[in-house]
Design a protein around this ligand. Structure first.
Ligand code: TXA
Ligand code: MG
Length: 327
């Protein structure tokens, strides 16, 4: 099992050294926990793919300390600098042309790199101490539900890594929004995430291109290599529902679980679960993965999950639920 470390100055210094010399560390971010390695070290990055059982064609996100460090690893443009200034540190990832010092394994051979600056205070301190960018995908075994606590990382990867930095529960609970900025005149969202697309549109004063849910793997390769239709998936089959009525809740079988957006009125048996008290999207997002894990461990035959409204964070929540339901 991995050692779960508290974010003391001494532990951060040790972890920096451990990363510098090629180690992997489970790290907290404001979105989900990541599995971190020195992005300049191809062997360390190769271990990320091995530990996660991640296909080699699925590139990693690099974490930097701020807009100043953007140009260390990629060719930034004025739009990227402007958006970094506005939204960093925070849950927004840019895709930009890479510089050659980023090893090809990090970008899965692509000539672009994904880069973000996390707002998690402990991880941010660690990144600031490192004079190398940190490659970190979500710290889950490939295609399983992403981790939002140190204990989730321990449960999924603890037997394969040495250290996990404990930064508490992730505040957002869904991954960062990924924005392709290679063409400044046509910014495109590749993955809905914790920063609502509308916030970016307000900043830019224009609408931006959105991702479509594609189920054919070849087309996915083209858009965002890791945007596979089946992802974030519990082992228990999950069916997505536009809504779930009280009558349906009352007729649930014992081996069926319902996952609602908000606490229902009235009293229901223990197989009725909810993601928030009153339907607030930020609360739903922050509870989503922990709740899915809890339900997945309870031995149900089926999970019926309720869709969120298609706006703001609801787009990221539905994206994850849709992939979780894909068989
Ligand atoms: O919130 C997050 O972004 C978390 C935390 C740990 O930072 N990270 C995360 O990483 O979600 P990961 O590896 O689970 O998802 C990264 C996604 C993948 O779908 C990958 O294909 C895409 O980013 N990606 C990475 N580099 C890319 C590139 N150059 N072009 C297009 N997509 C890219
Ligand atoms: Mg992931």
């Amino acid at each position: 099992m991995a050692n779960i470390l508290q974010p003391t100055e001494e532990n951060l210094r040790e972890l920096r050294k451990f990363l510098l010399f090629g180690g992997l560390v489970g790290v907290p971010t404001e979105t989900v926990y990541g599995l971190a390695a020195n992005a300049f070290d191809p062997e360390a990055c190769a271990k990320i793919f091995e530990v996660k059982q991640r296909p080699a064609n699925d590139p990693l996100i690099c974490h930097v300390s701020g807009a100043d460090a953007l140009e260390d690893i990629c060719h930034a443009n004025p739009l990227a600098l402007r958006l970094a200034k506005r939204f960093w540190p925070g849950p927004l990832t840019f895709v930009l042309p890479k510089k050659s010092k980023i090893p090809n394994i990090v970008t899965a051979g692509l000539d672009s790199v994904a880069v973000r600056c996390s707002a998690h205070p402990d991880f941010h301190r660690l990144v600031e101490q490192c004079d190398f960018p940190i490659a970190a995908p979500s710290a889950n075994p490939f295609a399983y539900i992403s981790p939002t606590t140190a204990q989730h990382v321990q449960a999924g990867l603890g037997s394969k890594i040495t250290f996990i930095l404990d930064g508490g529960s992730c505040s957002f609970g869904v991954e960062s929004t990924i924005l392709d900025l290679r063409d400044e005149t046509n910014p495109r969202i590749l993955r809905y995430g914790a920063l609502p697309a509308e916030d970016i549109e307000v900043e830019l004063g224009r609408s931006i291109e959105k991702p479509t849910f594609i189920t054919a793997d070849e087309s996915v390769q083209h858009l965002a290599p890791g945007a596979l239709p089946k992802h974030y998936s519990p082992r228990t089959p999950l069916e997505l529902r536009g809504g779930i009525s009280n009558a349906e809740l009352a007729s649930l079988k014992n081996d069926q679980a319902a996952l609602l957006l908000a606490r229902p009125e009235g009293s229901f048996p223990g197989n009725v679960h909810w993601l928030s008290e009153n339907g607030k999207l930020s609360e739903i997002a922050s509870n989503l993965y922990a709740k899915l894990r809890e339900i997945d461990e309870s031995g149900y035959a089926t999970i019926f999950a309720e869709e969120a409204p298609e706006l703001g964070l609801g787009l990221a929540i539905n994206d994850r639920l849709r992939r979780a339901s894909f068989r």
